[in-house]
Design a protein around this ligand. Structure first.
Ligand SMILES: [Zn+2]
Length: 315
């Protein structure tokens, strides 16, 4: 087996890497994303792949994208942060580069990467939760990525959590990511800081309650600040309710927590384990193990590349 290229296309930058058969990234590149110009986006990606191909023989390309990925994995139907154009981007890249291209949702790609090479190795059924600005997800069931009938499975950020709750940009109210994401944490922390309920946070933000960030909250929680700990616990309780709902349907023995908040480590994971045990209540249900993701920002790139290697989509 030779090498494959993985791409992680985000709203501001494109990360590209060459993956060897053991899942190691042996070369990488970074470029800004032309977010509003589909032809420029395609040529930026083509240029990166051509550059990486000069030094490595490449068999396939996997692309991780935030958004609704077509069930045939040839393109993105809708991306919240960038315009992919009308023609499926996977087809366009395949035609230009002469290689099979697989497009995968970023949560699914990250879940696959952790299953193959990271925190979830050897576990056939697992839920991945990507705790970033929003909440992404991926499901590995029976050792495969579960996409659902239209390819949009595991959009767990939009799990209905609170009836008539906080409006979500997706059009519904009370979605999980309005309560258990980096942006929710930041919103709540700023509100508490502005109310005078979190003096240490205001101090960390240089006196400006509206400059408080999620990272400040997790750092202060690690240092033992009670208000910051309370904010993280509220997030953990909301997330645990969402995971408990998924658990009732799918019963995954493992939940892998990634994204920026996941990388904060035990300060988030420990209260999540406690909240999940409380949410699931009785011992007979079994509480899934909660582990931090291991592959960090590379997960999307690695997962997409490995999926392209094992299940290429040919034109
Ligand atoms: Zn929503």
């Amino acid at each position: 087996m030779s090498h494959v290229v993985g791409l992680d296309v985000g709203g501001t930058k494109i990360a590209a890497g060459v993956l060897d058969p053991e899942g190691r990234v042996v070369a990488r590149m970074l470029a800004p994303t032309p977010a509003a110009d589909p032809p420029a986006l395609r040529s930026a990606i083509v240029d990166m792949v051509e550059e990486l191909r000069r030094a490595h023989e490449v068999d396939a390309i996997g692309m991780s994208a935030a958004g609704f990925v077509r069930v045939d994995r040839r393109g993105v139907m809708f991306g919240p942060n960038l315009d992919y154009g009308v023609e499926p981007i996977g087809d366009a890249l395949a035609d230009t580069l002469g290689l099979p291209v697989v497009v995968e949702n970023d949560g699914n790609a990250a879940a696959w990467a952790e299953h193959r090479f990271g925190a979830g190795q050897g576990v056939a059924d697992q839920l991945m939760v990507v705790l970033g600005t929003g909440v992404g997800g991926g499901l590995i069931l029976d050792g495969r990525v579960y996409r659902g009938g239209h390819g949009l499975a595991a959009e767990i950020g939009h799990l209905g959590l609170v009836p008539e709750g906080i409006p979500c940009p997706c059009g519904r109210r009370g979605c999980l990511e309005q309560y258990a994401s980096g942006s929710a944490l930041e919103r709540d922390a700023r509100a508490r800081a502005a109310d005078g309920g979190a003096p240490a946070l205001v101090e960390a933000a240089g006196g400006d309650a509206h400059a408080v960030t999620g990272r400040m909250v997790t750092e202060l929680a690690k240092a033992g600040d009670q208000e910051a700990i309370a904010l993280v616990h509220e997030l953990a309780e909301a997330l645990a309710l969402g995971i408990a709902t998924i658990h009732a349907v799918l019963h995954p023995p493992l939940v892998v927590i990634g994204g920026g908040l996941g990388s904060a480590g035990e300060v988030v994971l420990a209260p999540l384990r406690a909240a999940l045990a409380a949410a699931l209540g009785d011992v007979h249900r079994g509480v899934p193990e909660v582990r931090g993701a291991q592959l960090g920002n590379d997960a999307g790139l690695i997962g997409a590349a490995d999926l392209a290697r094992h299940a290429p989509v040919t034109r």
